[in-house]
Design a protein. Structure first.
Ligand code: PEP
Ligand code: MG
Length: 865
C-alpha cells in the first residue's frame, strides 16, 4: 500500500535514508518525530520507524477517545515497511521485530510519559530473540524489563510490586546484583512478573503483539491528559490543544555484547560552550543505564578522559572507526541545524545508530560562548547570535547565583524582585543589619516592607527580604538600583519584630539564623547555600557590541548616585533616563532635612528646610553632570509618596522636632495630619509642586546652578531634561513649566550664562495618556512611567498586589505580574494612544519608558506587526 497517497495522513514513516516528514513539520510530528525524519533525510543511520501525528491526538480527544478512521490501516502499512527494511516481522517467532514507543510533543515535556522499550516480546518471541542473539540471558532480561515497563506505563500496575518481587527473588537466591541472575533465574522472574499482572488485573499479560502496540499508543495519547502533563503545561504555558505525537521505532540493542554500546553526547560542551565533542558512553548497555547512574559511564574522547585522569578507555580508543563516524555525523548535524546538538546513539554489533538529536540545553555562559563562536565560524549571523541569547538569562552573568549543585531547603517563595543570590544572618532592623555588617558578617535584612529610613540597612545588607510589596515596591525598586538581591512580597513570612523571629508555617527563623535568597527565582532558603560569582567573559562584550549594532532603541540608566551613574556609563548607558530626586534624600544625613520640609507648617519653615537641601541637591547634580559628561540627564522633580518619608518612631519625631525647633507632640500631630488613606493616589508628584511652589523652585535652581557650574569648569554644554511627575492635565504642566522657566531666567541673569534645557513629563495616569495632545503642547518629551500607569490602569496598588497576585496568576487572569512585564493590551493601548496623540500635537516628540518595565525584555521587545 502506498502510505504517502493516503488522506488524511495520520502516519509519517522514516528510516533507510528517507522520510515522509522533515524538521519543519515539528507541530505535526512533535520535536522527536520531526528530528528523526530530518536525520533520515540526511541519510544518517536511523532505526526505521513511524510517527503518529499530533493531529491523531487531537482527533482522539475530539472524538470521545476514538481513533480516526484510516489510522489502523496506516499503522499497519507503516509497520510492514519497517519490517521490510529491517528484515524482521512483528511477532515473528524466529526473527521478531521489537519496537520502542515514545511520546513526542512539539515542546519537550520531560516526565510526560516514559518510553516503552522491547515491545513485541512475548513467551514465543523471547525464545526467538534468545536463539537469534545466541544469548538467552539477554533475551529474558529484555523480557522481564519489558513486562515491568509496560505494566508500569501502560497497564498502571504499581511499579514497586515488580521492584519488591525482584528484591525478594534475589534475596531468596542469596545474590545482591541483577547481573548475578542467570538466564534461568530471569526466565523464572518473568513468570513471577506475569503472576503479578494476573493477580492485579485479573487478566494475563498481553501476548498479542498488536494488542501491546495499541496499548502503548493509547497510553501515550492518554498521558497527554495526565495530571502531571497538565501541570507541566500550565507551568510552562504549553497550550492544551497541541497534543502529542507517538513515535514507533525498530529497537536496536546496545546490550548484546562487547561490540555494542550506547551513549549520549553534546556537540559542544554544554557547561562552558567550548567547541569540543563532549559526552559519555557505556559498552554493552541500554540507554537508560547511561543516565540511571548505576554504572559509571566512560568518556567519549581521549582528551576528556586524560583531563579527568580516568583510566577507563574512551570510545575514541575502544571503537576508533565508530568514533570517527560519530564525529562526522555530529559535525553534519551541527552544521545542518546550525546549533549545538544533544544526541543519543547506540552501537549494535559494531553498527552505529542515531536515536535522537535536538538542540542541547546549556548554561548561560555556554550559550553566550556558543553563539559568539558560531557567528565567528560563519555558521550563524551576528543578529542570530544576539537573538539566541535569552536576555533575562544574561542577568545570571551579572550577579552571583546559587551553586546549582548545592542542596537547598526552600522555605517559601516570594517575588523575584532583584536578581542575584545572597546568604547572610537574619536582621530585622537596619541598625542590627549595620552592626552585623560592621562585624564583617553578611546580613539579610528582613522587613514587612521597607521605607527610606531603612536605606542604611539595605545598603549594608547582602540581600533584602520583605513579606509585603510588589515588583515596584520601595524594596524592589531600591534594591534593583543598588544591585542587591531582593525577594519581595513573600506573604508566607510572618515577622514578629518584638520577639525577633519570623515564621513560615510552623518553621521559626530567628535573628542571627542564616538564610539565603535567590532574587532571580524568589526562593527563600533556610541556611547557607554557596553562591558562584559571575565571570564576565569577552564574549559578553562582543555580543553586546553586536546588539548595539542592531538595536534601534537608545538605552539610558536609572541612576541617582555617582556610583550608579559611573556603573551605568561603564556598561555603555547613553545618559540617565530617570533620576528620582527623592531617592537622593534617603541618605541618613539628609532625611531629616526632607522631613523638616514636609512637616513644616508654613512656607517660611519649608523655605528654611529647602535652604539646607539646595546645596546638597546642587552638588548631586554637579556630580551626575560631570560623570555623564555631555550625555543627557533626565531629572525628575520630587515625587515622594508621603508615607515613605513620614517619621514613625518617637526617636524620629524627636529628631525632626529639634531640627524644626518644635516639640515632638507637634511633629507627631503634623505627621498624623499628613497621613493619607491612599498615599499612592495622594499628595504626591506634581501635586506637591502645585501646593508648595518653593520645592520645585529650589530643585530647578539646583539643576540650573549645577549646569552652569559644570559648564564653566568643563567647558562642555550641559542639557538637563527636567521631568514633571504624575501630571494629569495640561494646565498643571503649564503652571509648573512657567515657574521653572522663570527660575531659568533668574539663574541666567545671576550667572550671565545662557541655559539650554528641556521640560517634559511622565505619562503615569490614564488621563494623561488620553489627553496627551494637550499635554504635548507644553511637554518637550514624554517618558512613560509604567509603574504608576500600571497601578492606575488596573486600579491595583503597587504596594499591595503581592497579597492576591498569586491567585490571579493561578487563575490565569494574569499570565505575568503586570508590574514586572507590561500589560501590552491595556496599559499598552494607553501608551499607543498617548504616543499617537502626543506626536500629532508635537511631531518628533521624544518618547521613552522609565518604569521598571524598561528593564524587562518582553516589555520592550519589538512587536510583530
Ligand atoms: C513610574 O511610575 O513608572 C516611575 C518610574 O515612577 P516611580 O516608580 O518613581 O513612581
Ligand atoms: Mg511614578
Amino acid at each position: 500500500m502506498n502510505i504517502a497517497a493516503q488522506k488524511p495522513k495520520w502516519v509519517y514513516s522514516f528510516g533507510a535514508g528517507a522520510a515522509e516528514g522533515e524538521a519543519g513539520l515539528r507541530n505535526l510530528l512533535g520535536g522527536k518525530g520531526a528530528n528523526l525524519a530530518e536525520m533520515s533525510n540526511l541519510g544518517l543511520p536511523v532505526p526505521p520507524g513511524f510517527t503518529l501525528t499530533t493531529e491523531v491526538c487531537a482527533a482522539y480527544y475530539a472524538n470521545h477517545k476514538k481513533y480516526p478512521d484510516g489510522l489502523e490501516a496506516q499503522v499497519e502499512a507503516a509497520l510492514a515497511q519497517v519490517s521490510a527494511q529491517v528484515g524482521r516481522r512483528f511477532g515473528d517467532p524466529a526473527k521478531p521485530l521489537l519496537l520502542s514507543v515514545r511520546s513526542g510533543a512539539r515542546a519537550s515535556m520531560p516526565g510526560m510519559m516514559d518510553t516503552v522499550l522491547n515491545l513485541g516480546l512475548n513467551d514465543v518471541t523471547v525464545a526467538g530473540l534468545a536463539a537469534e542473539s545466541g544469548d538467552e540471558r539477554f533475551a529474558y532480561d529484555s523480557y522481564r524489563r519489558f513486562i515491568h515497563m509496560y505494566c508500569d506505563v501502560v497497564l498502571g500496575v504499581e511499579h514497586h510490586l515488580f521492584e519488591d518481587a525482584l528484591g525478594d527473588f534475589k534475596h531468596g537466591l542469596g545474590v545482591a546484583l541483577d547481573t548475578d541472575l542467570s538466564a534461568d533465574d530471569l526466565r523464572e522472574l518473568t513468570g513471577i512478573y506475569k503472576e503479578i499482572v494476573n493477580r492485579e488485573l485479573d487478566e494475563p499479560f498481553p501476548q498479542d503483539v498488536n494488542a501491546q502496540l495499541w496499548g502503548a499508543i493509547g497510553a501515550v495519547f492518554g498521558s497527554w491528559e495526565s495530571a502531571r502533563a497538565r501541570t507541566y503545561r500550565a507551568i510552562h504555558g504549553i497550550p492544551d490543544d497541541w497534543g502529542t505525537a507517538v513515535n514507533v521505532q525498530a529497537m536496536v540493542f546496545g546490550n548484546m555484547g562487547n561490540d555494542c554500546a550506547t551513549g549520549v553526547a553534546f556537540t559542544r560542551n554544554p557547561s562552558t560552550g567550548e567547541n569540543e565533542f563532549y559526552g559519555e558512553y557505556l559498552v554493552n548497555a541500554q540507554g537508560e543505564d547511561v543516565v540511571a547512574g548505576i554504572r559509571t559511564p566512560q568518556y567519549l574522547t581521549r582528551a576528556a578522559r586524560l583531563a579527568a585522569q580516568d583510566d577507563k578507555p574512551s570510545l575514541e580508543e575502544t571503537m576508533p572507526a565508530l568514533f570517527r563516524e560519530l564525529c562526522e555525523i555530529y559535525h553534519r548535524l551541527e552544521a545542518h541545524y546550525r546549533d549545538m546538538q544533544d544526541i543519543e546513539f547506540t552501537v549494535e554489533r559494531g553498527k552505529l545508530w542515531m536515536l535522537q538529536t535536538r538542540s542541547g540545553k546549556r548554561t548561560t555562559s555556554a550559550a553566550l560562548r556558543i553563539a559568539v563562536d558560531m557567528a565567528r565560524e560563519g555558521l550563524i549571523t551576528r543578529n542570530e547570535a544576539v537573538l539566541r541569547i535569552n536576555p533575562a538569562a544574561l542577568d545570571q552573568l551579572l550577579h552571583p547565583s546559587l551553586d546549582p549543585d548545592a542542596p537547598r531547603a526552600v522555605l517559601t517563595r516570594g517575588l523575584p524582585a532583584s536578581p542575584g543570590a545572597a546568604t547572610g544572618e537574619v536582621a530585622f532592623t537596619p541598625e542590627k543589619a549595620e552592626q552585623v555588617a560592621a562585624a564583617g558578617r553578611p546580613v539579610i535584612l528582613v522587613r514587612t516592607e521597607t521605607s527610606p529610613e531603612d536605606i542604611h540597612g539595605m545598603h549594608v545588607a547582602a540581600g533584602i527580604l520583605t513579606s509585603r510589596g510588589g515588583m515596584t515596591s520601595h524594596a524592589a525598586v531600591v534594591a534593583r538600583g543598588m544591585g542587591r538581591p531582593c525577594v519581595s512580597g513573600a506573604g508566607a513570612v510572618r515577622i514578629d519584630y518584638k520577639a525577633g523571629f519570623f515564621m513560615v508555617d510552623s518553621q521559626t527563623v530567628r535573628e542571627g539564623d542564616m538564610i539565603t535568597l535567590d532574587g532571580s527565582s524568589g526562593d527563600v532558603i533556610l541556611g547557607a547555600v554557596p553562591t558562584v560569582q559571575p565571570e564576565l567573559s569577552g564574549d559578553f562584550g562582543q555580543l553586546m557590541e553586536w546588539a548595539d549594532g542592531a538595536r534601534r532603541l537608545k538605552v539610558r540608566a536609572n541612576a541617582e548616585t555617582p556610583e550608579d551613574a559611573r556603573t551605568a556609563r561603564s556598561f555603555g548607558a547613553e545618559g540617565i533616563g530617570l533620576c528620582r530626586t527623592e531617592h537622593m534624600f534617603f541618605d541618613a544625613g539628609r532625611i531629616t532635612a526632607v522631613r523638616e520640609m514636609i512637616l513644616a507648617s508654613d512656607e517660611a519653615g519649608r523655605r528654611a528646610a529647602l535652604a539646607k537641601i539646595l546645596p546638597m541637591q546642587r552638588q548631586d547634580f554637579v556630580s551626575l553632570f560631570e560623570i555623564m559628561s555631555g550625555l543627557p540627564v533626565t531629572i525628575r522633580l520630587l515625587d515622594p509618596p508621603l508615607h515613605e518619608f513620614l517619621p514613625k518612631s518617637e526617636e524620629e519625631f524627636a529628631q525632626v522636632a529639634s531640627a524644626l525647633n518644635s516639640s515632638a507632640e507637634k511633629v507627631r500631630a503634623r505627621a498624623h495630619a499628613l497621613e493619607e488613606s491612599n498615599p499612592m493616589l495622594g499628595h504626591r508628584g506634581s501635586r506637591l509642586g502645585i501646593s508648595y511652589p518653593e520645592i520645585y523652585e529650589m530643585q530647578a535652581r539646583a539643576i540650573f546652578e549645577a549646569a552652569v557650574q559644570v559648564k564653566k569648569s568643563s567647558g562642555e554644554d550641559v542639557h538637563p531634561e527636567i521631568m514633571l511627575p504624575l501630571i494629569a492635565t495640561g494646565k498643571e504642566l503649564s503652571i509648573l513649566k512657567a515657574r521653572i522657566d522663570a527660575m531659568a531666567r533668574e539663574v541666567s541673569g545671576e550667572t550671565g550664562e545662557k541655559l539650554e534645557y528641556q521640560i517634559g513629563t511622565m505619562i503615569e495616569l490614564p488621563r494623561a495618556a488620553l489627553r496627551a495632545g494637550e499635554i504635548a503642547e507644553q511637554a518637550e518629551f514624554f517618558s512613560f512611567g509604567t509603574n504608576d500607569l500600571t497601578q492606575t490602569t488596573y486600579g491595583v496598588s503597587r504596594d499591595d498586589s503581592g497579597s492576591f497576585l498569586k491567585d490571579y496568576l493561578k487563575a490565569g487572569i494574569f499570565s505575568e505580574d503586570p508590574f514586572a512585564s507590561l500589560d501590552q493590551e491595556g496599559v499598552g493601548e494607553l501608551i499607543r494612544i498617548a504616543a499617537e496623540r502626543g506626536r500629532r500635537q508635537r511631531p518628533g516628540l521624544k518618547l521613552g519608558i522609565c518604569g521598571e518595565h524598561g528593564g524587562d525584555p518582553a516589555s520592550v521587545g519589538e512587536q510583530e506587526t
